[in-house]
Design a protein around this ligand. Structure first.
Ligand code: DOR
Ligand code: ZN
Length: 333
């Protein structure tokens, strides 16, 4: 059994830099037509020079593979309308991180003061630059995303022409507010469609499933599945594949991030097939992103076939999701 995807897109991807970039970029470039590249390098990508040189390094790492890195800037509260106007043609989005909520988010926004930041959001609305948001407060870990919903609502109402992407949603509340405000959209990861907190910490601790936002309850996962499997127009695939070397995962003070790039499409096919929703995968993994971001991706046909394969234990010292396990579908090379 085979299945063709036209230009699949991963609208939330961490490619890192240096050796890691060189080693892991191909896993996304082989299977996707393009990805939205996250800017949380050290230091973060906050100006056009560093963005363009990072894009160049990505394209070098990708080699001959047909793949578009859609670039994002790391939101800074001192961006001006002029800066944004100049940036517009080089970027696909701006990513806002509350300061310190996740890996390399230091230098993010200290306080999301809508009034103070409104010149930036107004300029982004005018220029039609989408705002991607890591929506977590620094409250109790299971409630961080729920608490952040108040900010999403304020933003959605105050800037009705701003396209706001709620990144990697994990809760029922997020799934609900998404439907209520026209200008709210969301990415959903693969791992949040599959795991709950039980898989991370219910038995022996599994550092390779530790990520931010942390996986939540069964009913949260069900709400996300409902949106993704039905390819709801408000959601699109964003893997949040976030590689860390094994020494940073299997240690005290484990880094947040799940490396899913090498298995993302295979496991999505398995999941959609299991629920008899394979016909919706194209929309979830490509068409919705085209509509939300107004993108025309390069043409790239990816053939998925129902054929078992075993996921390697590690790739260049990074342990992938499903390491050592058998998967039912694979991408035909
Ligand atoms: O688990 C995560 N890892 N969540 C994020 O928001 C960032 C990412 C990373 O960069 O490692
Ligand atoms: Zn991320």
């Amino acid at each position: 059994m085979q299945f063709v995807l036209n230009s699949p897109l991963d609208m939330h991807l961490h490619l890192r830099d240096g050796e890691m970039l060189k080693n892991i970029a191909k896993f996304s470039a082989k299977e996707f037509a393009g990805s939205l590249i996250m800017p949380n390098l050290v230091p973060p990508v906050t100006n056009i020079n560093s963005l363009l040189s990072y894009k160049k390094r990505i394209l070098e790492a990708v080699g001959d593979e047909k793949f578009t890195p859609y670039m994002s800037l790391f939101f800074k509260s001192n961006y001006t309308a002029d800066f944004l106007e100049n940036a517009k043609s080089h970027i696909t989005a701006i990513k806002l991180y509350p300061n310190g909520v996740t890996t390399n988010s230091e230098g993010g926004v200290e306080q999301i003061d809508i009034k103070k930041l409104s010149p930036i959001f107004e300029a982004m609305s005018e220029l039609d630059i989408p705002l991607c948001v890591h929506g977590e407060t620094n409250g109790f870990v299971m409630d961080r995303e729920k608490e952040f919903c108040a900010v999403y609502k304020q933003l959605a109402v105050a800037f009705p022409k701003l396209t706001i992407i709620m990144e990697h949603i994990t809760t029922r509340e997020s799934a609900e507010i998404l439907k209520r405000y026209e200008n709210l959209y969301a990415t959903i990861t693969l791992h949040h469609l599959l795991i709950t907190l039980d898989d991370v910490a219910g038995g022996l601790l599994n550092p390779h499933l530790f990520c931010k936002p942390i996986a939540k309850r069964h009913e949260d996962k069900e709400a996300l599945l409902e949106l993704a499997l039905n390819a709801d127009k408000k959601v699109m695939f964003g893997s949040d594949s976030a590689p860390h070397p094994v020494s940073k995962k299997e240690c005290c003070g484990c880094a947040a991030g799940i490396f899913s790039a090498p298995i993302a499409l295979s496991v999505l096919a398995e999941l959609f097939d299991k629920h008899n929703k394979l016909t919706n995968l194209q929309t979830f993994v490509s068409n919705n992103a085209r509509d939300i971001y107004k993108l025309i991706p390069i043409e790239k046909k990816i053939i998925l076939e129902k054929k078992e394969w075993k996921v390697p234990e590690n790739f260049y010292g990074v342990v992938p999701m499903f390491a050592g396990q058998s998967l039912k579908w694979r991408v035909k090379s």
